[in-house]
Design a protein around this ligand. Structure first.
Ligand SMILES: C[S@@+](CC[C@H](N)C(=O)[O-])C[C@H]1O[C@@H](n2cnc3c(N)ncnc32)[C@H](O)[C@@H]1O
Length: 296
């Protein structure tokens, strides 16, 4: 991330993309693809909200079985430019067109494609409940499916079997509390959902006549992902310092200790995410399902 809460560094997005792709539920992507294929005559219309440099497009496009027209929406034109410059993975001769719109997410809810897919990845923690409600109502009117991937669920853990003590666990828990406080700060749209995002999305989908599917999609980072794990520590330390500037010395000391343990291969990080899929159904039969075994 950058110092501005709603602007994201291209380097950070590139660093997380492989771990995101490993974590995501291919099962939910497949179910969304089947739904689109059953409705689409020629091309599926897909809107990617907060698309950044296009990671969601690169993950989903090869997994959908139809021709596709993507619209990538973000307020950061330089990230969108990277998305269109990047090469798409092999989509097995299906035609995939990509256009971009540099607009604020608040301004994109009135123009959804009928029977299309509205998707996003790593976005839900930034938005508000009100925005989600408006979005899902608009999606329902347009009879769109909804797939939000990689939304943080608040589960953060440092696995450190060699040196876990009640004190280190307490220190980690304190840092995670500050991170959670920071995640709920206003990121330009009102009070952000932070880790409540997946639960709020499930509720709002169910209330608006959607069948809801959910999968746990955590990152598990160790020495194999050292660069990303160190960047995640940086991100936690930065968020904790913003939330509790008076404790910056304690936070720096904590970070240095955890960096050393990560570099020596003594600890690993877990960051909880959920993928949530909503498929439109008649309100009377709305229900919530958990897709088990979704860590393919
Ligand atoms: C964590 S990044 C995720 C990017 C991408 N979906 C991915 O998975 O790599 C969140 C994205 O939301 C965009 N964003 C945040 N607030 C926004 C707003 N109010 N309007 C439009 N885009 C916004 C950021 O520019 C950034 O690209």
């Amino acid at each position: 991330m950058t110092n501005n809460d709603s602007l994201f560094a291209a380097d950070w997005l590139a660093l997380r993309e492989p771990a995101d792709a490993r974590a995501r539920s291919s099962r939910l992507a497949e179910v969304a693809g089947d739904w689109l294929a059953s409705r689409t005559f020629n091309r599926a219309e897909i809107i990617d909200l907060g698309a950044g440099s296009g990671a969601n497009l690169r993950y989903l496009a090869p997994r959908l079985t139809t021709n596709q027209s993507w619209t990538l929406i973000d307020h950061d034109a330089s990230l969108l430019a990277r998305a269109t410059e990047s090469k798409l993975p092999d989509c097995a001769h299906r035609s995939v067109s990509v256009t971009t719109r540099t607009i604020d997410l608040n301004a994109c809810l009135d123009d959804l494609p009928g029977e299309g897919l509205v998707t996003a990845s790593a976005l839900l923690d930034l938005v508000t409940r009100e925005w989600i409600e408006k979005l899902i109502q608009a999606c329902h009117r347009a009879n769109c499916a909804v797939l939000f991937a990689l939304s943080v669920d608040g589960h953060m853990q440092i696995g450190d079997p060699s040196s876990h003590t009640p004190e280190t666990k307490r220190d980690d828990a304190w840092i995670f509390n500050q991170v959670a406080t920071h995640q709920r700060r206003n990121k330009g749209m009102g009070r952000a959902l932070g880790s409540e995002g997946p639960e709020v999305l499930r509720q709002v989908l169910a209330e608006n006549g959607y069948q809801v599917y959910s999968a746990v999609t955590p990152w598990r980072l160790d020495t194999v992902d050292l660069k990303l794990a160190l960047a995640a520590l940086d991100e936690w330390a930065r968020a904790a310092t913003t939330a509790a500037p008076e404790s910056s010395y304690f936070i720096q000391t904590w970070q240095a200790r955890r960096q050393a343990a990560l570099r020596q291969g003594l600890c690993s990080l877990q960051v909880g995410h959920h993928d949530v899929l909503g498929l439109p159904i008649e309100p009377a039969s709305a229900r919530s399902n958990n897709v088990s075994g979704s860590k393919e």
